[in-house]
Every structure is written in C-alpha cells, then in structure tokens.
Design a protein around this ligand. Structure first.
Ligand SMILES: C[S@@+](CC[C@H](N)C(=O)[O-])C[C@H]1O[C@@H](n2cnc3c(N)ncnc32)[C@H](O)[C@@H]1O
Length: 294
C-alpha cells in the first residue's frame, strides 16, 4: 500500500528525510577521502576520519548554489575546474573563520607593554603580521592598540600585513564594517576614536575609520605556499589557524615563520594550540608565546 495510511482515525505519511541526511547529498567514504586529500594537499587542513557529517553540512550550501544534487557531481566540478576558483570556494566552505576583537587579550597586553613601545622608539619600519586574519578583527585590534600606544602620527613606523586564504573573509576584512555586538570587547572610547557609526540604513553598523583601515595591508596568502618574499617581522600572529593542520604541516609552517622573524621576534599562536611535539628553533616564553633567539 502506498500513500497516507489511515488507522483508527490517525493518518500516517512517510516522514521526509532531514535536510542534511538526504541520501543524494551524503558524502561517501571514497568521496570524503578525495576531499580530505585535496584539502590537505592544497591548504593543509587535516580533516580527520569522523568529520564526514561536518563536510556534508558545509558543502550542502555550495551544492545548492551550484544547483548540484550530489557530492559526486560536485567532485566532478572540482576536478574539471582549471581556474582554481572552485577550490577557493571549497576552502571558504570548509575553513572556520570564527574570530573576534581582542580575542585572547594576553597577547595584546604583551604587544602594548613589550613590543609597541620599542617599535615607537625605533627609527625604521617594523613588520607585524596577522597570518590567518579572517574577517579582520585581529589586525584591526593590533592597529587600534598601536594607535593607542604609539599615537596615530607614528603609525607609519608599523607595517601591518594581514593575510588569509579565504577571499570571502578578506572581502569582509577590507570593508571593515561590523555590527555593534561584535565591538563589545573594545573600550568604549575606542569606538568613538577609531570607528565611524553608520546612519540611516546603516544604523547599527560601524566601520573602522577608512584612513586608519588603510594602514593595514590585506592580501591573500596560502600559508602552505612559500612566503619568503613577505618581508621580516617583529611579531607574527598566527592564532587558531594551525589547530587545523597536522604536526608535520605545523612543523614546516613554524620553520617558515621563524625564517621571517627578526632575531628576538615573537610568534603568537592560539591558546588552545601548542607546539608540543613540533620541532622548532623558537624559545618557549609562556603559553601561546614563542620567541626567536636574539
Ligand atoms: C579560526 S580563524 C582565526 C582568525 C584569527 N587569527 C583569530 O585567532 O581570531 C582561521 C583562519 O585561518 C585561515 N586559514 C586556514 N587555512 C589557511 C591557509 N592554508 N593559509 C592561510 N589561511 C588559512 C582561514 O581562512 C580562517 O580565516
């Protein structure tokens, strides 16, 4: 018997499958393996076994946008894409962009007390790099601390580079527009000094003052690729990025960072990360803080 069935006055009908468990869209083991290998090879992501549901959920929007019904069809699009454009969208879909202003504030305390005063009193230009800057909250936090400690007139002494692999995140970062709830961790007077309030249709939104935002050099950079031309840095923030990489990838990346650090320069990583078991030439200073020997 097909269709609704009536039993003692109650009508039963087959339950529709839940959106993320539609058989057509669920990732199979070999499809998962192909995506995992591609993500690992191209952007270092270590997708562990058991992340199939996450991959399915994250790709379902992309499939819908492309009008595709199955992950198999999506893989065909990926394989035949010669421009690399779909690979970029895959990264956007799989990467976690969560960030916030003043995230892990101990690092900004270190920046204010130990690093920025030295940059202010130095003659040349000093590099600070936010590697994996996501939607911009991290480099703009660095910038606001620098403006506060060094004075805006001295910001020319700072070269603030902010890079990410995600074009989508970078577009938001460059726009520098945030809703009020995102600014909760900034001192109240910083909002007045460093941000502009939207009016009319834009009320509820704030943007980083454009003359200030222009001091940040945003650029797309895949940390898996060589970056010896990026310059030298006093500080590299690479926080909550390496957590998604395997030990071998972390080791290679830390070595590359060390090569770009000035002697005595700092590498700051996320507090839930650690370089335990990652061979490197940096000195441990305190949790999530490493330093290149002077
Ligand atoms: C969770 S966010 C961290 C943002 C910020 N650093 C923080 O701690 O709040 C991780 C960022 O790393 C970026 N990312 C992941 N893999 C990358 C790679 N291979 N090269 C460059 N950026 C990458 C992601 O696009 C994402 O924006």
């Amino acid at each position: 018997m097909s269709g609704p069935a009536s039993q003692s006055g109650v009508t039963w009908t087959p339950a529709p499958p839940a959106a993320d468990t539609q058989p057509a869209r669920r990732v199979s083991q070999h499809e998962f393996a192909e995506i995992r290998d591609l993500a690992h090879k191209t952007f270092g992501l270590d997708l562990k076994q058991g992340k199939e549901a996450l991959v399915t959920a994250r790709l379902s929007k992309r499939l819908a946008a492309l009008g595709l019904g199955t992950i198999g069809e999506y893989l065909e699009v990926l394989r035949s894409d010669r421009t690399g454009g779909e690979l970029t969208s895959l990264i956007d879909a799989l990467a976690t962009n969560y960030t916030s202003f003043q995230r892990e504030p101990q690092h900004f305390e270190l920046l204010r007390t130990k690093i920025l005063p030295l940059i202010a009193s130095s003659h040349g230009r000093t590099g600070v790099w936010s590697a994996g800057c996501s939607t911009g909250e991290e480099p703009y936090t660095i910038l606001m601390h620098a403006a506060d400690v060094m004075g805006e007139q001295n910001l020319g002494k700072l070269r603030l580079l902010a890079t990410d692999i995600s074009n989508k995140a970078l577009a938001k970062a460059r726009a520098g527009v945030y809703t009020l709830d995102k600014l909760a961790d900034l001192p109240a007077d910083w909002r007045r000094r460093f941000l502009q309030k939207g009016v009319g249709e834009l009320s509820g939104s704030f943007r980083i003052r454009p003359d200030l935002a222009s001091k940040v050099e945003f650029s797309r950079l895949n940390l898996m690729e060589p970056f010896e031309n990026a310059g030298t840095f006093r500080v590299i923030f690479c926080r909550n990025v390496m957590i998604y990489f395997d030990k071998h990838t972390q080791e290679r990346l830390v070595r590359k960072f060390a090569a770009q650090l000035e002697p005595g320069g700092w590498l700051l990583i996320g507090h839930s990360e650690g370089l335990m078991g990652v061979r490197n030439e940096l000195e441990y200073v305190m949790p999530a803080v490493y330093r290149k020997p002077a």
